[in-house]
Design a binder for this molecule. Sequence first.
Ligand code: PMT
Length: 400
Amino acid sequence: MLKGKHIILGITGGIAAYKAAMLARLLVKAGAEVQPIMTPSAREFITPLTLSTLTGKPVITEFFTANTGEWHSHVDLGLWADAMVIAPATACTLAKMACGVADNMLVTTYLSARCPVFAAPAMDLDMWAHPTTARNIAALKGDGVAIIEPAAGELASHLTGKGRMEEPEKIAATLADYFRKGTQLSGKKVLITAGPTHEMIDPVRFIGNYSSGKMGFALAEECAARGAEVVLVTGPVALKSNSDRIRRVDVVSACDMLAACEKEFEDCDMAILCAAVADYRPEVKADKKLKREGREELDLRLVRNPDIAATLGAKKGDRLLVGFALETDSEHENALRKIKNKNLDWIVLNSLRDPEAGFGKDTNKVTILSASGKEEAFPAKSKREVAADIIDSVFGKGIN
Ligand code: PMT
């Protein structure tokens, strides 16, 4: 999986920097081309000579080499890389990454990199547990950085706790797994719905809900990263998608969303319906802004919207259909009923009772249930990680 891949290995100034030599060796042995970038303080822990000998490439630390005047372009490096892994990642470098402090070659290259970025934190237990670090880690996860969690054990300080950089073998396996998944959905077309729908009352008012689109966009990014061709049918949201494998179709109302989904579903292999679709719409949309003068009350008559999931479910054939259930009570019962009524293969249950789940949050906490009765509950994770759990579940890892 790593053969021929271009990997930037970022090394920062912590005692675990010595393990970076082993990581470099494993990646090179697996056929990857590895470009080491060290921060100045990393060079205090391990010599550049070790890294350049193992990788066969000169180690880069500065923006240019003083004696030759050679310029190292962080932009070119960012474009060259298929993946970037920062191991060890100190609390300081993680903070700089989270805030975009581009004061060294490593963080500057990180900002230029279009490839997936992995960070393997290493620090003392109290630094790892500090709320500042937790905030930075959450921000980086939100930015799409894959955090390879540190392990617990005896630390360089002789204290015991969480903070040890994960073993090089596991980091290399995580990268190999990423490249394996990168082709997992090749040749598949996936339809995803995201965001809210707006049901217009008049030209300036609507009935809507708080969906931000974050969960649906994370699913789209994850499917695209695994090689799928994605059609993202989204209600009105303020988000952008980066992948050129994602074709975005903007809609406003539930009826618009249904029309777009029916058209796209024809040649799809799978649909994931994450949108928070309004169940009702005003029967009549006023052509002009409704005036309040002379009106003490306003009656709005609502009519039922089509059920997009049930419509696609009725004609799904051998396509996979994954729905969401957003509940406030009787969560399980309602999710199971929706699987049946909408003819879904899987449903992702999230509850508004859960503070880490739901509208607008960067995290979600889900239970994934299948039509065949399987079920797995996951802890709270970033929406991108939840998206990965959903795809893993549907395609055979986990609860199949
Ligand atoms: O967008 P975020 O801010 O990130 O928030 C994410 C989310 C909370 C919106 C998402 O995780 C979620 O739960 N989406 C589904 C919300 C919802 O409408 O759930 P529901 O239980 O009402 O609907 C069940 C399923 O039927 C859903 O797959 C829904 O897309 C679909 N549906 C519902 C009504 C309708 N008329 N047509 C539909 O297709």
